[in-house]
Write a protein that binds this ligand. Structure first.
Ligand code: GAR
Length: 210
């Protein structure tokens, strides 16, 4: 089976979607572990209750980013995953970590990249006046929020939206696209071409609209 490790920092709703997708769809895949950089990440409890191995590698316990990333890499490698899925993981990973998991490390970011990398994406979208907001599942490269795009989901911005309104609307399409991406990965359909663009065999559209 396709071995998957999920990294989280908080609530873990995308992680729940990943776990549920792997289980419900009867795929040849397994979430081997959920690892968090904070002991109080709420998603850890859910994962534990659902029979998934959990682990904490607390960034606060390490003096430098390199030390933290080395410990995290070791914890991840222990599960020999084919894919490492970031699901609301809020630490920037060092180029060393990213290169070690090159082609196997995937993130979901709450904007239509390349618009609005970084934090506070919903505020950025509202401040800019865009009428469509979205999310992106992409391979992680050393440049933050920048790698080859696997899928994107879009939601309308509505009059009077607060950042929280927009985040809640977007979260539904986040779950939708991460679930499909997990299926494609588990089925071995995702590759990169010579230009580092994503190909997904047998899939016509990787665009989702809520
Ligand atoms: C999600 O909206 C995800 O896209 C975002 O954090 C939230 C986590 O929610 N990720 C980032 O901002 C990455 N920089 P969740 O813990 O319920 O999945």
């Amino acid at each position: 089976p396709c071995r998957i490790v999920v990294l989280i920092s908080g609530r873990g709703s995308n992680m729940q979607t990943i776990v549920n997708t792997v289980r419900e769809a009867g795929l040849s895949a397994r979430v081997c572990a959920v690892i968090a950089n904070k002991a109080d990440a709420a998603g850890l409890q859910w994962a534990h209750n659902n029979g998934i191995a959990t682990q904490v590698v607390a960034h606060r316990d390490y003096a430098t980013r390199d030390d933290f990333d080395a410990a995290l890499a070791e914890a991840v490698e222990a599960h020999a995953p084919q894919y490492v899925l970031l699901a609301g993981f809020m630490r920037v990973l060092t180029p060393g970590f990213v290169e070690r998991f090159n082609g196997r490390l995937i993130n979901i970011h709450p904007s239509l990249l390349p618009a609005f990398p970084g934090l506070h994406t919903h505020q950025q979208a509202l401040a800019t006046g865009v009428q469509w907001h979205g999310c992106t599942v992409h391979f992680v490269t050393p440049v933050l929020d920048h790698g080859p795009i696997i899928a994107q989901g879009m939601v309308p911005v509505l009059a009077g939206d607060t950042p929280d309104d927009l985040a809640a609307r977007l979260l539904q399409v986040e779950h939708r696209i991460y679930a499909d991406v997990v299926r494609w990965l588990a089925e071995g359909r995702v590759t990169l071409d010579s230009m580092q663009r994503v190909l997904v065999r047998g899939v016509d559209s990787r665009a989702f609209v809520l």
